[in-house]
Design a protein around this ligand. Structure first.
Ligand code: SF4
Length: 414
């Protein structure tokens, strides 16, 4: 074994030859986070690159500062990662031969690009708000975060990994981001963004939960309908490539959402595939809908949106937190994949994000899982989609780029 194979990253690359090394690297960069050197930050050009700040969730170092929104690898893979304090052992983004590179332990690993800024980022809306604070972008997707609060925090029952409220407070003061977007203004900005030829292939929308209304969450549904109707005016067809991450709605609400808008796919994040942990770590979701209720509503959504157009997301790693999580990664993996299979056989896909412990959250002082765990989880979730023939095009490497498991759909086809 060479000296190089002694690194954890190379050991995992050698252990899983079916997983592209760049996806393993991406996953580890998500797991450990990044630190930008001064020289790397000097390469950041606000006119040319996307910079951080518009997301409804905060950075791992708790700061709002001018930094790259995220990174691209040489094969086009997005790394959605977050600035992380040096004492948490992140990867370093530094400069080599005048370009940004990823470094670990002094070794230059891979060239990276900062995400390019779309044309509309230079413009402001008629109300004077920068358009990028109304609609933001991933390399190929438009992101709308219409409501930057979540009513589960009204009685302090928000999810244990979530910093939406502290980010809202910072974002309002420091960034001039509206807490709640005007649907008409969203439609105008989407129209402006679509003027850039060939840049965007989908529209995505997510916000905090809103439990008010005649039936719980009716107000959330109606607000999404208002926004999607305005966005729909920018398209010639009734349906347009789109995804929402919303609360788990009733079948009646889902049908209403589907019938009234151009929405083509639906996601309701269950966050953790274990009932006891769901109750503890997502107490608001548990109080209003419950674990079994959440699963049932996901399955109901398949009747409305169709097989292969509904999924749920995990914040992978929280299932291993103390004191109530699984003790062993083997046990956590076996349990998670078993629950994911129960959903997959009913037409619901599961994707994960690598949990990034953030300050100002109840789980913020704990560690995420091993790289080996995340790669095994990615392979397992991808294998379920192959077994149950569930396409994931609406949430894949191209449209989202935040899920190591759906990155595999690019190179290991169905
Ligand atoms: S549902 Fe949970 S993760 Fe989502 S915004 Fe509300 S508290 Fe945060």
């Amino acid at each position: 074994m060479t000296q190089k194979l002694q690194t954890n990253l190379d050991q995992i690359v050698a252990r899983y030859p079916d997983v592209p090394p760049l996806i393993i690297l991406k996953t580890d960069v998500q797991r450990r986070g990044v630190f930008y050197s001064k020289a790397a930050l000097e390469l950041l050009d606000e006119a040319a690159h996307q910079t951080t700040g518009t997301h409804i969730f905060g950075a791992r170092d708790g700061m709002i500062a001018l930094r790259p929104e995220s990174l691209l690898l040489r094969d086009g893979t997005s790394i959605i990662t977050t600035p992380t304090p040096l004492d948490e052992n992140p990867y370093l983004v530094d400069v080599k031969d005048g370009s940004p590179w990823l470094f670990d332990d002094g070794v230059a690993l891979e060239a990276v690009d900062y995400w390019p800024a779309p044309d509309f980022y230079a413009k402001s809306s008629s109300s004077g708000v920068p358009m990028k604070n109304i609609v933001s972008a991933r390399p190929q997707r438009l992101n709308i975060f219409p409501y930057r609060y979540c009513t589960f925090w009204n009685n302090n029952k928000g999810c244990s990994f979530c910093d939406i409220v502290s980010q809202l407070k910072k974002g309002g003061k420091e960034l001039n981001i509206p807490a709640k977007l005007d649907p008409h203004e969203v439609g105008v900005v989407v129209g402006e963004a679509l003027k850039e030829p060939g840049r965007f292939s989908a529209v995505f929308l997510t916000s905090g939960s809103i439990f008010s209304g005649a039936e719980p969450f009716d107000d959330e549904v109606e607000y999404y309908i208002e926004i999607l109707k305005e966005v729909g005016k920018q398209f010639r067809t009734k349906k347009f490539p789109s995804q929402i991450i919303g609360t788990a709605f009733t079948k009646k609400q889902l049908q209403h959402l589907y019938d009234e808008t151009g929405l083509m796919s639906y996601t309701a994040d269950i966050e953790v595939l274990n009932e006891g942990l769901f109750d503890r770590l997502c107490p608001g979701k548990s109080e209003w809908i419950g674990y079994q209720g959440w699963k049932k509503r996901l399955v109901d959504a398949v009747d409305v949106f169709g097989p292969g157009r509904v999924n749920t997301g995990l914040v992978a790693g929280i299932e291993l937190t103390s004191p109530h999580g699984f003790i062993s990664e083997d046990e956590a993996l076996q349990h998670t994949l078993s629950e994911a299979e129960d959903l997959a056989r009913q037409g619901v896909s599961t994707v994960f994000i690598v949990w990034s412990p953030r300050p100002h959250t109840p789980l913020g002082n704990q560690k995420n899982a091993s790289l080996d765990y995340y790669i095994r989880l990615a392979r397992g979730l991808h294998a379920l989609r192959v077994k149950y023939r569930l396409p994931i095009g609406y949430d894949d490497y191209r449209h989202c780029g935040n899920h190591p498991d759906s990155d595999l759909s690019r190179l290991l086809p169905y």
